[in-house]
Design a protein around this ligand. Structure first.
Ligand code: ASP
Length: 342
């Protein structure tokens, strides 16, 4: 009897050992093989190669690379796509090179009004702020709206008060001032007075930023942040904080962050349209993005582009302008940053 119990115990111990062994191996195996990817943009527009010096190009490329490295650090350590897109977007917001956070474009009355949004593809939760003038990093305010409020979109004073209550950094509106943007604004006003140029000059409105990521847990997130379009009426809200227009994420299809002439991106519900084409028409991300940007928007003379990642980690960077600041990193080792059409 004793012998039988001993041998039973022995079999049980072996069973336990092998079960644990296979659990550990498969967990590490899963971690090792699960893909991650992050793609970012710093705005799309029609700019000529000659209008940027080699030094400026290097500055843009370095800043894009810095944002990608920070996001990859999070993703490669098993962090979430939400943390990755918020971190990358904050880095671009803090840089005066881009039209988001510091260095945002000016409204018609010479102020900076900022919009941002974030979406989680796993839960379909979303948060956004619009028309904020004192929140240093609007993308973080958008995330707080998503996670700590029952709402999706807060605007103006209400968004600023909420951001303050959430412990986010509040700055004087003068913090966002950038001399280069101010000169662009002055030029815009001069040209408007002379009526020699259209309402929005293509070169002047570039620089919205965004990030989309897929983490090793299979979750997609998307973030977009902007100062909007130079010379916009105060109170104007573009596509960037509008879920479905300038930003969308669903684990079932893809994550999208957009940049371009916001009014068209709202009317065409660009980000959601790409996701819906995948879901209901069975299109690939590349087919859906190509159709929306190169056919649908082009027919309307609407300029801009998108970055996107699908649930399998495929990346698309589609734009119908001459340039879009952009870059990506994948767990496969593929990576790069670009500005002009390849
Ligand atoms: N989409 C932004 C807006 O209309 C501008 C941009 O992306 O350049 O506010």
């Amino acid at each position: 009897m004793k012998n039988m119990m001993r041998s039973n115990n022995c079999i049980f111990a072996r069973f336990l050992f092998f079960t644990l062994f296979f659990c550990v191996i498969s967990t590490f195996g899963l971690f090792a093989s699960k893909p991650y990817a992050v793609v970012i943009h710093g705005g799309a527009g029609n700019i000529a190669r000659e209008s940027l010096s080699d030094e400026q190009i290097e500055d843009y490329n370095n800043k894009l690379a810095e944002a990608l490295i920070a996001a990859e650090e999070i993703l490669s350590n098993g962090g979430t796509s939400l943390d990755a897109v918020e971190t990358a977007t904050r880095i671009l917001e803090d840089s005066p090179l881009f039209n988001a956070g510091k260095g945002a474009v000016f409204t018609i009355d010479g102020k900076n009004e900022l919009d941002a949004s974030i979406m989680c593809g796993q839960t379909h939760n979303a948060g956004a702020v619009a028309g904020v003038t004192t929140v240093k990093n609007p993308i973080s305010a958008a995330r707080k709206v998503m996670e700590n409020s029952p709402h999706v979109l807060l605007t103006g004073k209400g968004a600023e008060t909420f951001a303050f209550e959430q412990g986010l950094e509040i700055v004087d509106p003068g913090y966002f001032f950038d001399r280069r943007r101010w000169n662009q604004y002055r030029e815009f006003i001069r040209n408007q007075v002379n009526r020699s140029r259209s309402y929005i000059d293509e070169d002047l409105k570039m620089g919205t930023v965004g990030a989309v990521a897929l983490d090793i847990h299979g979750n997609i997130a998307a973030a977009t942040s902007t100062g909007g379009m130079v010379g916009k009426r105060y109170g104007r809200i573009g596509d960037s904080p509008i879920i479905g227009a300038g930003n969308y994420a669903s684990n079932l299809t893809c994550g999208v962050s957009a940049t371009g002439h916001g009014e068209y991106f709202i009317r065409n519900i660009v980000a959601y349209d790409i996701s819906a084409r995948m879901k209901y028409k069975g299109q690939s991300l590349a087919e859906a993005a190509h159709f929306v940007i190169q056919e649908k928007l082009r027919e309307q003379d609407a300029n801009g582009g998108i970055i996107a990642i699908d649930k399998d980690g495929n990346i698309v960077m589609e734009f119908n302008t001459t340039a879009m600041f952009r870059g990506f990193v994948k767990s496969t080792g593929e990576k790069g940053v670009w500005i002009f059409q390849e």
